[in-house]
Design a protein. Sequence first.
Length: 345
Amino acid sequence: MRAIERLVRLLAEPTAAPPPGEWTAILCVARAEQLAGALADRLSGVAVPAAVAAVLAAARIAAAEQRRSALWEAEMARRALAPLRVPVVLLKGTAYVAAGLSAGRGRAIGDLDVLVPRRALDAVEAALRGAGWEALKDDGYDDAYYRRWMHELPPLVHRDRDRLIDVHHTILPPTARIAPDAGALLAGAVPLNDGLSVLGTEDMVVHAALHVFADGDLSGGLRNLWDIDRLLREFDEGDRDFWLKLRARAAEHGAGAPVARAVRLASRLYATPVPAGWAAPSRVDVLYARRLLARDDWGREDRAATRLGFYVRSHAIRMAPPLLARHLAIKAWKRLVPVRGGARS
């Protein structure tokens, strides 16, 4: 069994202890997939070799620090945007920890992602810039591309804290084949005690599924699928009608296929308990599983052909061929120009 498969099994079944000689590879893969904190949380109280216990303890400390930093960054954004009196919805990892969900336990958290109404984008950006956030890159083409074709503003970084914020007005690019209802996402958001909000339960699963299967090449998808496993288990326990509501909400957003695939693959890899009607196998699921497990025992990406195929797919599902060709040509030209200029000088 490959180390990445052993990692998946350990997350799903923490008592399935591997042979002592396999721990190094498992920990390498866990770090590469940003699942070390989640693994440490899952193995809390489980007997492991002393050296492994030390590594897991360090991972717990790192995850706790990321949690603290993420919540503080959310608070800073809240303070900056409070005068605008517009909805501010936390997304992804920060949302999970702010809402106290099991998906947030041990989760690696990087950027702060928020969703705001599209009509408020200019005011939100101005408020953030006034509070110390500034453009990550000074590139006119990239800036214009984000504002016209993307589902978010160009990334902003705080000049003092060096933390990124991604301000979304919806959860997929407008050029994508699926067009989630951003108004419904905002209307269904659940307020927290601090003036911020998180997506409703079904919308949270829809967003997680779209993030993995409709907005990229599945890089980091194993961690995101773990989020989905945690969300499905927790929401199922709290609402007997959850699965009916999820199917209806996914259909409302036009996201039935990626949500169903997320459920199937969570069941396949993490043994997520799901209703029989959700877990019917699909012939192509094996390809998605192969991509999600594309790491060798040193934590390096492998299965290059599979990764390339999903990279091509990621572009194909996000924009029409003419727009994609134009965008890639411009990006290629921009990479070549500095080289040519340097050669002349």
